[in-house]
Design a protein around this ligand. Structure first.
Ligand code: IDP
Ligand code: MG
Length: 149
């Protein structure tokens, strides 16, 4: 089963959106397999966003992500990476469709509430940055046969 790494960013945490976000994923039929609430170190932020280190917005992005606690999660499901990217909406909230998380709850690209992996390969890489294998819980959902054919 595919997995995706998701992070409620410090603005999402401070604005009380953890429950709303978790609820949307649960209602979609995705399965939560790991979660942790903490503040990220400099090194973890650099690893997480390594493709952006040379970008002009990186210093601001790092300050933003380290400005408070974040809620880290791993979600599981068929095509979960693509599904979660569509649930969170475009990177720039001004372009994110209404009904998506960024479309409904954010205004500025530099305060866009949530991160989610953009491919199954980056999901595996990002999960490895933040979670140990033992932290990923394997269990069968009682509604699995109602969610999958
Ligand atoms: P994504 O989060 O939708 O995958 P990326 O292009 O990978 O978008 O960018 C990572 C994060 O960097 C964004 O979610 C946003 O927080 C921040 N970011 C991207 N572009 C800009 C920008 O032009 N200004 C400020 N922050 C940006
Ligand atoms: Mg990205």
């Amino acid at each position: 089963m595919e997995r995706s790494f998701v992070m409620v960013k410090p603005d999402g945490v401070q604005r009380g959106l953890i429950g709303e976000i978790v609820s949307r994923f649960e209602k979609k039929g995705l399965k939560l397999v790991a979660a942790r609430f903490e503040e990220l170190s400099d090194a973890r932020v650099q690893e997480q966003y390594r493709e952006h280190i040379e970008k002009p917005f990186f210093p601001g992005l790092k300050t933003y992500i380290m400005s408070g606690p974040v809620f880290l999660m791993v979600w599981e499901g068929n095509n979960v990476v693509k599904i979660i990217r569509s649930l969170i909406g475009a990177t720039n909230p001004a372009e994110a469709l209404s009904g998506t998380i960024r479309g409904d709850f954010a205004v500025d690209i530099g305060r866009n509430v949530i991160h989610a992996s953009d491919s199954p390969e980056s999901a595996e890489r990002e999960i490895g940055i933040h979670f140990r294998n033992e932290e990923l819980v394997s269990y069968s959902g009682i509604a699995d046969s109602m969610i999958y054919e």
